[in-house]
Design a protein. Structure first.
Length: 430
């Protein structure tokens, strides 16, 4: 099944440049849309190549070649990195573009990127003829992806996914005062402290559970585009030894929707999520709303996701609603019977393969992640409601009971393989 999307922007005519954007995407419904977010991390050790693990894993298809109207010898390339506090208009001024050409570049790249999110480290590159005629403009983002605008011979704009290679990493730490401090001292990405707190939120309060001396082992992935590491690392597994037992967390890989929390080798909690490989970005419960600037109940969980990531049903059910809801934007609601309903919100598009009343199975694509409704950036808001009352998806038992126990059984078997890989990575590092 294919979802077809077409985006149009207004035509801009300036300085003799007529610029219109037409973006047509045919995407298989099971395509991998997991996101890699942004931050620098150390390069992988060359010695890790000998570990026997899949150190080099190409995660995206190659970018199409940029076709210029002239040969490479006839082009002039200008490139600058955004400085702290820098602006896009400032970059264009540095490039020496005239007003009309600057407006054309801004309109073209702005059709795919909100310049309010411009950050230090992003790069603007321009290709021109020796006489100054503009061929292309490209904005490289912190995750290695690019917004590419072509002006000649035919105007177009597209977002190019990065050619990312993933590297498995592992580390261990001992807690003295906090998880954050332990990770920092051990050279492990400190953002994993937030990942751990979010995923364990319905099990216990991690910050109050620690007394000092706890041992932590973590396995994660970092990503390289070309000769540099880009994007935020992705946590895959954590083992935390506490006074009352050993807790192990397995996050989903890029092809999985399941997070598991185990205690002493037995499944404690299981969470089926709607986006493969995604990570929690906000938990269930009272929080300070980032848009409304008030404290209010967050009736679900948020999953970090790229614009257009595939959103799937978490269990079998019947499509009860597809459309708009105030604050939620574009939503799909699935009735699972016995008073259980799931809601998938802030979607950018609905699947054209389903309609209200259709029966769907777990894994059926419902739509694409986006930022409709009250939202600051692309993500998925996911709810479980029991007889109309919102419950935490991480603590829910009713929906999991409807789905059966096969997931828990399979994860126990998977745990052995994950731990063996962690042991090998730590041995190589040592």
């Amino acid at each position: 099944m294919l979802i077809r999307l077409r985006y149009w922007t207004a035509l801009l005519v300036t300085g003799g440049l007529a610029f219109g954007v037409s973006h047509l995407v045919d995407r298989p419904s099971d395509a991998d849309n997991s996101s890699q977010q942004a931050a620098a991390a150390p390069l992988a050790d060359p010695a890790m190549d000998a570990s026997g693990d899949d150190v080099f894993v190409v995660t995206t298809p190659p970018k199409p070649a940029v076709v210029l109207p002239e040969t490479a010898a006839d082009t002039v390339t200008w490139s600058r990195v955004v400085d702290e506090g820098g602006s896009f208009s400032g970059l264009l001024a540095q490039a020496g573009l005239d007003t009309d050409t600057s407006r054309a570049v801004t309109a073209a790249l702005g059709s795919e990127f909100d310049f309010r999110h411009l950050k230090a480290g992003q790069r603007l590159s321009l290709q021109t003829s020796p006489a100054g005629e503009l061929y292309t403009a490209a904005l490289e983002l912190e995750d290695g992806s690019r917004i590419l605008a072509r002006f000649l011979p035919a105007p177009s704009v597209e977002r190019l996914a990065p050619d990312l290679v993933s590297f498995p990493r592992a580390g261990e730490a001992t807690v003295t005062s906090s998880i954050f401090g332990a990770l920092d001292a051990a050279g492990i990405p400190t953002r994993f402290a937030t990942d751990l707190e979010l995923v364990l939120a319905e099990t216990f309060d991690l910050r109050t559970k620690l007394s000092g001396g706890e041992h932590l082992r973590i396995m994660w992935r970092e990503y390289r585009a070309g000769d540099r590491v880009v994007g935020e690392p992705t946590i895959d597994f954590a083992q935390l030894d506490l006074a009352d037992g050993r807790y192990e967390i397995m996050w989903p890989d890029d092809n999985s929707r399941r997070t598991q929390i185990m205690k002493d080798g037995k499944v404690l909690h299981s969470f089926e999520q709607p986006i493969r490989g995604a990570r929690l970005s906000s938990s269930f419960g009272m929080r300070h709303h980032p848009v409304l600037n008030t404290n209010r109940m967050h009736s679900g969980v948020d999953l970090a996701a790229a614009q257009g990531a595939s959103v799937e049903a978490t269990q079998d059910g019947k499509v009860a609603y597809m459309g708009q809801r105030s604050g939620y934007g574009t939503v799909v609601e699935v009735d699972h019977g016995s008073g259980v309903m799931t809601r998938y919100a802030h979607l950018s598009a609905l699947s054209d393969a389903i309609k209200v009343g259709d029966r769907v199975t777990a894994g059926t694509e419902l739509g694409l992640a986006g930022s409709t409704g009250i939202s600051t950036a692309p993500h998925l808001h996911y709810e479980i409601r029991i007889n109309g009352m919102a419950v935490s998806p991480l603590a829910d038992t009713r929906l999991r009971e409807l789905g059966g126990n096969a997931a828990a059984t399979n994860s126990v078997a998977r745990l052995s393989g994950v731990k063996s890989k962690l042991d090998r990575l730590l041995a190589v590092k040592g």
